[in-house]
Design a protein. Structure first.
Length: 655
């Protein structure tokens, strides 16, 4: 029979886990809980790395870890530090025995691995350690002198754009720490800017993770209702082991829901790969590019059972995730067939202590049949980055705003579908891919296109991890239907100047592409005979219809009868607990009409020879707008993510 194990700060690990004799640590309950059992954790603070020992057996026979209803439970990867000694000015020192850390000392471990840019120019590389004063993290400096005289700064170089970018909280940069590690001790100096660390709450990172099994294939586990914080999680590239603050560690069927997760040094939730399929070989060996090792990891994963039966199918929903250095959610290979929905993600990679090419609110590789639905993603270095093998992926009803960049889809062949989203940041879309469909979105920033002819990436049989082939990215073969574009004069972030295609507001960046598959075939026939050579010079089609372009946004030259009109403005108001969309639209908007579009209405994807489908293989249903209103057929609706939108001023609650 299922058992409920109670855990309380007043308990003892010699108890039996009953309500009358609760356990003291969650780990003690995790050592005993079996399929069908529940670990019910009562109010209080638990400083431990929870390592589940046993697996659930099915979706109906899970092991559930949850906070007791109505009680605030905090699990931390940090320890409180007292006994600070003043040195000079606002600087204090604490000398700690290394037994505090065990086999993993984050103050001795640097951020390192493939695709990391920090340090390549000779700049110091940060460690995984962290100091917190009343919950606010400090910045690392690299000499005692810098602790005594911290130089607050407001701008840092963004390696992707080649421009200066803003630190979210310049005042925070004056709170700094420096550490020295010997065989037996770790000494930390910190500038508390006048606060007394012996009376305030001062904590340091001690544990790599907060809720993460050490073994693989511990399936069907639910983690619900906790606050989890302060993990020294390492850099998580797609070519390495990818531990996070919390994650399943190469398993199937986890549910992570209704949690508050913050202050992961790198990644908060990991749905990613494990080490046997490659672990930073490009950095360690230096003999092949990371791209090649990443390609090899796909085939290595197949050899250890990378398929629907053994990996993925996770649900990440209704979490609030913030203040993480690399990602809110990360995953390569292990994220397949998962759903990420109703999460609030913000302040990701805005502390800007380090930089690399794997940073985003959501950063997924091999997002096969992944649904990203109804998330609020803002104030991130990059909102969502889908990189490699984005196939059967659905990005629907999300709100992106105040990010440096909103959505980046890279070296993927599709089909992927983005519908009924708001992309309101200066750089809204970056499509270094092919085979996409964008339906009924509001796009208020730039769109950047780029073929990628120097990296061939895999594509798969529909709804499967089986590799069907691989190819370079020619660009195009995209579909834009019923979108509302609003031009912007705001400065836009985007790829560096060496990229060949400028960012534009609207679809005019596709000018020169065929407007139909028939036109594409005609252009091929006009090329000199040859097997693959003629495909290199003919651009793939853009299928564009029923889009509306306002305030200077420009239409693809091959689009038939787009609606192009004048002045319009957009504002996202999140000053309260709710979020509102304010729009001012011209009178001509009353002529904006787009029929209900379904998967069967979208042209097949050329390279993968696949259609736009639900995970069960039926045609994709694209009938629910941003706020949940259902469209009926037949019917005509305005362009954009809302079924009811009129000329003039509109104010709509969107969250």
């Amino acid at each position: 029979m299922p058992t409920t194990f109670h855990v309380a700060v007043s308990g003892s690990d010699t108890g039996d886990g009953s309500q009358a004799r609760p356990l003291r640590s969650i780990n003690q309950a995790a050592a005993t809980a079996q399929a069908g059992d529940t670990v019910l954790v009562h109010e209080g603070e638990y400083r431990e790395w929870v390592r589940p020992r046993h697996s659930g057996l099915s979706d109906q026979r899970r092991i559930t870890y949850q906070a007791a209803p109505g009680e605030h439970v905090v699990i931390k990867g940090s320890e409180r530090v007292t006994g600070w000694e003043p040195t000079e000015g606002h600087v204090w020192k604490a000398t700690l025995p290394n037994t505090l850390f065990g086999s993993f000392n984050p103050f001795a471990e640097k951020i390192a691995g493939d695709w990391l840019v920090t340090g390549s120019d000779g700049a110091p590389v940060p460690h995984l350690g962290e100091v917190y004063l009343n919950g606010t993290s400090f910045y690392e400096v690299y000499s005692p002198a810098d602790v005594s005289s911290p130089i607050g700064h407001t701008d840092v170089l963004d390696h992707w754009t080649g421009t200066l970018d803003h630190v979210r909280n310049p005042e925070q940069t004056r709170y700094v720490w420096y550490a020295e590690v010997t065989t037996d001790t770790t000494t930390v100096w910190a500038n508390f800017q006048g606060a007394d660390p012996n009376t305030e709450l001062v904590e340091i990172n001690v544990r790599r993770s907060v809720f993460y099994p050490e073994a693989h294939h511990l399936d069907y586990i639910t983690v619900r209702g906790f606050e989890m914080a302060h993990a020294a999680s390492p850099w998580a590239p797609p070519t390495a082991d990818q531990p996070g603050l919390i994650g399943p560690n190469w398993a199937k069927g986890w549910i992570i829901e209704d949690n508050i997760i913050h202050d992961a040094k790198c990644s908060a939730i990991s749905l990613g790969k494990e080490a046997s399929t490659g672990h930073n070989y490009s950095t360690q060996r230096g003999d092949k590019p990371g791209y090649q090792y990443q390609l090899e990891s796909v085939f290595a994963a197949h050899q250890i059972g990378w398929d629907r039966e053994h990996v993925g199918s996770h649900i990440v929903r209704s979490n609030t995730i913030y203040d993480c250095g690399q990602n809110a959610i990360v995953g390569h290979l292990g994220c397949v067939f998962s759903t990420i929905e109703d999460n609030h993600i913000y302040n990701i990679a805005l502390k800007r202590e380090y930089y690399g090419y794997e940073i985003a609110g959501i950063k997924l590789h091999a997002a096969i049949d992944v649904t990203i639905r109804h998330n609020r993603i803002h104030d991130c270095s990059l909102g969502t980055w889908l990189d490699w093998q984005t196939q059967g992926t659905r990005i629907t009803r999300n709100i992106f705003y105040s990010n440096n960049r909103d959505l980046f889809v890279e070296v993927s062949h599709g089909p992927y579908l983005a519908d009924h989203n708001i992309f309101a940041s200066p750089a809204s879309l970056e499509l270094f891919s092919q085979g996409g469909a964008l339906v009924n979105n509001l796009v208020a920033g730039t769109l950047q296109l780029e073929p990628v002819m120097d990296r061939a990436t895999p594509y798969h049989r529909p709804h499967s991890t089986q590799v069907a082939g691989y190819a370079v990215i020619y660009g195009g073969d995209d579909r834009f239907v019923g979108n509302l574009f609003i031009g912007s004069q705001r400065p836009a972030y985007g790829p560096k100047a060496e990229k060949t295609n400028p960012a534009v507001c609207g679809t005019s960046g596709y000018n020169g592409h065929p407007a139909s598959f028939e036109e594409y075939l005609q252009r091929l026939e006009q090329q000199p005979p040859g097997d693959h050579e003629r495909f290199l010079t003919v651009k793939q089609p853009l299928y564009a219809r029923h889009n509306t372009y306002l305030a200077g946004a420009s239409a693809f030259a091959g689009e038939t009868s787009p609606l192009v009109a004048g002045h319009a403005t957009i504002t996202i108001d999140d000053t309260g607990t709710e979020v509102f969309l304010d729009l001012d639209l011209p009178e001509e908007f009353e002529h904006s009409h787009a029929p209900l579009t379904e998967g069967r209405d979208l042209e097949r994807v050329r390279f993968t020879d696949a259609d736009f489908e639900e995970p069960d293989g039926t045609p994709a249903r694209i009938d629910t707008d941003l706020i949940g209103a259902v469209k009926t057929s037949p019917g005509r609706y305005p362009a954009g993510p809302l079924t009811r939108l009129n000329p003039g001023h509109s104010r709509v609650r969107i969250w």
